[in-house]
Design a protein around this ligand. Structure first.
Ligand code: PBG
Length: 345
């Protein structure tokens, strides 16, 4: 068995060319999905304070961003609709309105960037007055949601199914349920097929934990719960075996791809899922993972590009074939600038 001094692993790292040959993990823009936030209005491109370099776009500006991403090699976007306070109701009915914000955005993207895959995030939280991901049990009069009420699973499935059909009708290629209700994948699959959308795929947020890393997103999407938290449906971050049961269940119900979320705190789960299941595994490199890198870089505590590339590389090495990430545009731009060369020789 070779050992030092015969074995010298530094030979593999001696030059940029050798480092390139020995590289085990390469992130490519083709691996990435860019989350995009869409708002009502025209000509708007509002920077999100808690997420530097991320914007809320009106539909017209959104298409330009999506076209730029597609041209840079990013094959897909994930749309988040921000309907505005006036459109929120306890039953989230604006989420499946024909002229809803996501529906308009999808139609425009399919018209302007036909080759781009359009995924839509499927949840109620941006559309409910109370900010919860489902219908509350025993609904009281409008706007009187109060602490301690329970999210009713099965009535929520009907709403999710309606939203999915509505997104598909607008032209969405994939829907991505992020609510963590039981049985939603089967309900959505059935509804899509019945409505004549058998080719619309389901990317399930299968193993999604009740994470503190979603903080910046809730500001971006105005979707923080008005009371309580999400621990009755999102998972305990410490539960790895349960995460595998969630994935198994969603695949059994017909999910085409499954997602682990958040990504960096769950690299072990990404690896476990990769080893156990043969379906494509996606990971969501969430808002907190993105914003804390920016916060550190702003203070001079780390190099932004280095932290970004190492984050994405770790997620890919763990086993994610698809990474949903706010870094998509900046990574793809730098990738192009480097002409795809990791080591710059
Ligand atoms: C729910 C949803 C959330 C995120 C994606 N979909 C927020 C939540 O569950 O509270 C978080 C994404 C991020 O933090 O980047 N619709």
């Amino acid at each position: 068995m070779a050992s030092f001094p015969g074995l010298r692993l530094r030979r593999l790292r001696a030059t940029p060319a050798m480092r390139s040959l020995a590289a085990e993990t390469r992130v490519h823009p083709h691996d990435l999905v860019a989350p995009l936030f869409v708002i009502e209005g025209r000509g708007l491109r509002r920077e999100i304070k808690s997420m530097p370099g991320q914007f809320q776009f009106s539909v017209d500006k959104l298409a330009a961003e999506a076209a730029a991403l597609f041209e840079l090699g990013v094959p897909a976007v994930m749309l988040f609709g921000i309907p505005g306070a006036a459109a929120k109701t306890p039953d989230a009915r604006k989420a499946y309105a024909k002229d809803g914000i996501v529906q308009k955005a999808v139609a425009e993207l399919k018209r302007r960037v036909p080759g781009l895959s359009v995924f839509t995030d499927l949840c109620l939280c941006e559309y409910t007055t109370h900010g919860h991901c489902g219908i509350l049990e025993a609904p009281l009069a409008l706007g009187t949601a109060r602490a301690g009420r329970v999210i009713a699973n099965d009535p929520t499935l009907e709403v999710l199914a309606r939203i999915a059909v509505s997104h598909a009708g607008a032209g969405a290629d994939w829907v991505a349920p992020s609510d963590m209700m039981d049985g939603r994948v089967a309900a959505i699959r059935r509804a899509l097929d019945t409505a004549g959308h058998p080719s619309v795929g389901i990317l399930s947020y299968a193993a999604k934990s009740a994470s503190a890393f979603y903080g910046p997103f809730r500001e971006a999407a105005a979707s923080a719960p008005a009371f309580g938290d999400r621990r009755s449906h999102q998972m305990d971050p410490g539960n790895g075996r349960e995460a595998m049961r969630e994935i198994e269940q969603d695949l059994a119900e017909g999910a085409d791809m499954v997602m682990v979320k958040p990504a960096l705190p769950c690299l072990d789960l990404i690896r476990d899922a990769r080893e156990r299941f043969s379906a494509p595994i996606a990971a969501y490199n969430v808002s907190g993972e993105y914003s804390m890198v920016h916060a550190a870089a702003q203070r001079g505590w780390g190099d932004l590009q280095g932290l970004r590339d190492e984050s994405l590389g770790a997620i890919k090495r763990a086993g994610a074939g698809i990474i949903v990430t706010y870094w998509a545009r900046s990574f793809a731009e730098d990738f192009r600038r480097r002409r795809g060369l990791d080591h710059g020789y």
